[in-house]
Design a protein around this ligand. Structure first.
Ligand code: UDP
Ligand code: MG
Length: 342
C-alpha cells in the first residue's frame, strides 16, 4: 500500500457563491474516502485564493478556523488559473503523498476521485480526469473547447483530449513538475512531459452550480495562444513552409510575366502588382508577429520572475502548528518580489 495523505488543491477566483457548497460536498467526500481507507486521516482540502476581489479569502479563512481539514493559500494578486494551481501544488507537495487538483465550481465530478485513488494504489503516478461528454456545456462553449483541442494538436501542442485540470498526481510527479522552470506555464501540455506511469478516469462534466464562468472567450483565446506558443514551435515551421510556397509562386509569376512580355502583351501588371504587394506585405507582417511572439517568450523567460507569490498559507498539521511556505522559499534562484507583471 502506497502512503496516502491526499491534498485536494482548488484554485478560486471570485468564487464566494460556490465556495461554501463546494467545501461542504468535498468534506463529505473526504469522510467517505477516509472511511474506505483510500486516504489517510490527515488529508486536507486546500483552497488557493487567486487574488479574488470578493469575499473568497474571508470565506476560506472562516472555513479554516472552523475545521483544520480546510487550508488556504492566499496569492498576492490574480495570476490566472494555471499559476494558482501551480502555487497550490508547490506549496503542499512536501506534506502530501497525493495531490488532486480540481475547479472550485465542482464541474468535475468528485465521484471520480475514488477511481483515481485506486489507480494510484496500483502504481499509477498521474491520473487524468477526462470528460466523456459535454452535454451540460452550452453549444458555444463545447464547440470552442473542442476546436481548441484540435487546433492545439494540429499546431504541435499535444494535450490529453477533453482533459481539463482535474487530475491526480503523486508526490514524485509533482516534484518532477517542480523541475520545469518555465514561466509561460501551460500545465496540460507540460504534465505529459513528466513521464511516470499515467492513466485516465472518465467522468461526466456537470454544470457550474453557481456563479459565472471565469473563462470568457477572450481569456480562452489567450489561453490557447499561450498553450501553443509555450509548447511548440510548429507555427514558425508553418510560416516557413508558407514562405517557401510563396517563393515558388513568385517564380511561377516571373516566368508567366516573361512569357506575356515576349507575347507582346505587357501593361497588364497593375492589378497583379498591387495584389502581390499587399499579399507579401501581409505575409511579412504575419511572420514577424509570430517570430515576435517567441521573442517575447524568451524575454519573459530570461527574467525568471516568480510565477506566484504566497502571501499566507493557512495550514494545520497534527500538533506542528502552522507552517508558512511559498515560492519565496521554493525558487531560491528566482528574483525578488518586485514587478511580477507578466
Ligand atoms: N480561476 C482562477 N483564476 C482565474 C480564473 C479562474 O483561479 O484567473 C479558477 C476558478 O475559480 C475555477 C477554475 O479556475 O475554480 C476554472 O474556472 P471556470 O470554472 O470559471 O472555468 P470554466 O469551467 O468555465 O472553463
Ligand atoms: Mg468551471
Amino acid at each position: 500500500m502506497r502512503s496516502n495523505t491526499l491534498y485536494v488543491v482548488i484554485p478560486c477566483y471570485n468564487e464566494e457563491e460556490v465556495l461554501p457548497e463546494t467545501a461542504r460536498r468535498l468534506k463529505e467526500k473526504m469522510k467517505c474516502l477516509t472511511a474506505e481507507g483510500l486516504i489517510s486521516g490527515d488529508s486536507k482540502i486546500i483552497f488557493v485564493n487567486d487574488g479574488s476581489k470578493d469575499r473568497t479569502w474571508d470565506l476560506i479563512q472562516g472555513l479554516h478556523r472552523k475545521d483544520p481539514l480546510y487550508g488556504g493559500i492566499n496569492l498576492t494578486r490574480n495570476r490566472g488559473h494555471q499559476n494558482a494551481l501551480l502555487a497550490g501544488l508547490m506549496t503542499v507537495k512536501e506534506y502530501a503523498d497525493i495531490m488532486i487538483s480540481m475547479d472550485s465550481d465542482l464541474q468535475d465530478d468528485i465521484g471520480a476521485m475514488d477511481e483515481m485513488l485506486k489507480k494510484y494504489q496500483k502504481g499509477i503516478d498521474i491520473v487524468y480526469g477526462v470528460r466523456n461528454s459535454r452535454k451540460k456545456d452550452t453549444f458555444f462553449k463545447k464547440a470552442t473547447a473542442e476546436g481548441f483541442y484540435k487546433l492545439m494538436k494540429f499546431l504541435g501542442a499535444d494535450t490529453v483530449f477533453n482533459h481539463a485540470d482535474y487530475r491526480l498526481m503523486s508526490k514524485r510527479a509533482v516534484e518532477g513538475l517542480a523541475e520545469f522552470k518555465e514561466v509561460n506555464l501551460f500545465l496540460r501540455g507540460v504534465i505529459p512531459l513528466i513521464g511516470y506511469p499515467s492513466d485516465f478516469v472518465y467522468y461526466e462534466r456537470g454544470e457550474r452550480f453557481a456563479g459565472r464562468s471565469k473563462y470568457p472567450l477572450g481569456k480562452m483565446i489567450s489561453f490557447a495562444v499561450e498553450g501553443i506558443t509555450s509548447l511548440s514551435i510548429r507555427p514558425i515551421r508553418l510560416i516557413t513552409a508558407l514562405g517557401f510556397l510563396i517563393f515558388f509562386m513568385s517564380i511561377v509569376m516571373l516566368i508567366y510575366s516573361f512569357v506575356r512580355h515576349f507575347m507582346g502583351a505587357t501593361i497588364v501588371g497593375w492589378t497583379t502588382l498591387m495584389v502581390s504587394v499587399w499579399a507579401i506585405g501581409g505575409l511579412i507582417l504575419l511572420s514577424l508577429g509570430v517570430v515576435g511572439e517567441y521573442i517575447g517568450k524568451i524575454y519573459l523567460e530570461t527574467k525568471e520572475r516568480p510565477r506566484f507569490l504566497v502571501e499566507q498559507f493557512l495550514h494545520e498539521t497534527g500538533g506542528e502548528g502552522k507552517k508558512p511556505a511559498g515560492d519565496k522559499t521554493e525558487g531560491k534562484s528566482r528574483s525578488e518580489a518586485e514587478g511580477i507583471e507578466l
